[in-house]
Design a protein. Structure first.
Length: 230
């Protein structure tokens, strides 16, 4: 094992142990450090300073708070998943394709900051299941690992949103769904729509697709309108 990998492993183990002790005794103020809006949020460092999608990154600072749901971490404009926080350390998962050189920013409450050291992102190619459990034929949204899908067409926008055109021919069921990996959820955008091959606008992020209801007609899904169907 390389020295940098060993250091990262030791840091991760210490951080996970601290999370364990906090969960065992939430009432101990020395162990649990909630966010204080009267104090600034500080980010001293993060380790490692480079990596790929799903790599673990440890953040060191002050006043993060101990509720990961109230902490937002961005690699450029792409939000990362915050697994846990002790108030002074955070355990973060690197997001998908945020860019080669990433500005790291942290937002807690009304406080936000950008670290002056960039994170170097390296693309890696892997094949993995992100939605569907391989069982059953009846469409089911919700938690990704428990969802049931029969995708006919798929497209991905520049923010990593996966739009799926689902068709169950034997039952005549049709759905347009969005895969939200950050929140681990398959969301039905529009039921009972006979959509064809979708395409994402690289500038606006609007998803367009031809329909089969009327020749020449098409539909759109705009992220600014919470993917409402037009």
């Amino acid at each position: 094992m390389k020295r940098s990998e060993k250091k990262c492993s030791i840091t991760l183990i210490m951080f996970l142990l601290s999370l364990f002790f906090i969960s065992c005794d939430k009432q101990d103020p020395k162990r649990s450090q909630p966010y204080d809006p009267n104090k600034p949020v500080e980010l001293f460092s993060f380790f490692p300073d480079s990596g790929s999608y799903l790599d673990k990154v440890i953040f060191n600072g002050n006043n993060f708070g101990d509720d990961p749901e109230k902490i937002k971490v961005y690699f450029n404009n792409t939000r990362a998943a915050v697994v846990g926080s002790t108030g002074t350390n955070m355990y973060v998962i690197a997001p998908r394709l945020p860019g080669d050189v990433c500005a790291i920013s942290v937002v807690v409450g009304n406080d936000s900051l950008i670290h002056n050291t960039p994170f170097r992102y390296f693309s890696s190619v892997t094949v993995t299941t992100i939605a569907g459990n391989g069982n059953g034929t009846i469409y089911k949204d919700g938690v990704l690992s428990q969802s049931i899908v029969q995708p006919r067409y798929v497209c991905v926008d520049n923010q990593g949103n996966v739009i799926m055109i689902n068709r169950e021919h034997n039952l005549g069921l049709l759905h347009i769904a969005r895969v939200d990996e950050i929140n681990n959820e398959l969301i039905t955008v529009a039921p009972n729509v006979r959509a064809n091959v979708p395409a994402a606008d690289p500038v606006t992020g609007v998803i367009s697709f031809p329909t089969e209801a009327t020749p020449g007609s098409f539909g759109t899904l705009d992220p600014k309108e919470l993917w409402g169907l037009r």
